[in-house]
Design a protein around this ligand. Sequence first.
Ligand code: PAF
Length: 278
Amino acid sequence: MKVITTIAEMRKLRSKQAGSVGLVPTMGYLHEGHLELVRRALLENLTVIVSIFVNPTQFAPEEDFTSYPHDPERDLALLEKERVDLVFMPGAQEMYPEGSSSWVEVEKVTERLEGDFRPGHFRGVATVVAKLFNITQPHRAYFGQKDAQQLAVIRKMVSDLNMNLEVVAVPTVREPDGLALSSRNTYLSPKERKAALVLWKSLSLAQELWQKGERSAAPIRQEMTSLIESEPLAKIDYVSIADPETLEELEEIDRPALVSMAVKIGKTRLIDNITLGE
Ligand code: PAF
């Protein structure tokens, strides 16, 4: 496994790769969810590149950029074990040199849900992902379904800007009790970890109501909201039942529907989702 820190060297090594190349973009502090992306990429490509870069432009000033968990040595050991070919680990100066002033703005699909609560977040995500695509020129790029809106934004960017690659969505990996894996779970105290289960419980409730035949979105949203509000440590940012591509809220669930939420457990903001009727 080769670890690369400059764009010039990444381009040089990329130009020597024959056959399909898969890219797994990450911000490091890898967990089983990331490793599932890596394993899928290894199955489907001759060469796999994993990028590790905590992207400053997708964090608002009051967010956790400076305290975002990191352990590069552990990350590299995990990737070596999976037999990844190349790891791209640039510094912030390399990715955003003095004077950088170009951005990728994806409209509409970025304007709701996470976009409402994290203004500018998706501009940072789309810009860094576009840069990573330009630098590594992958045939396929792998993203977790857990960040469903991010996935929708990246798909839209790839389609609108005619980027020549396939975006592959990989199912969310969960703890045995249902909590979705996230690097931010490490912020939770034992008491908060227990309370965080309310996200999965409310998604399971939505699934159950839908399976019993409920097709109106409003009562499902309402029951989920009441369940989450019954947990004293939880504070809801949003509970949404929306079209998975446009993220527009649905009244009737007459096609696949993305049920998603963002909930603060203490100071930690968690997101999760499932798709009904896939
Ligand atoms: O999902 C993430 O970890 C990040 O948003 C990504 C896609 C690596 C861009 O920084």
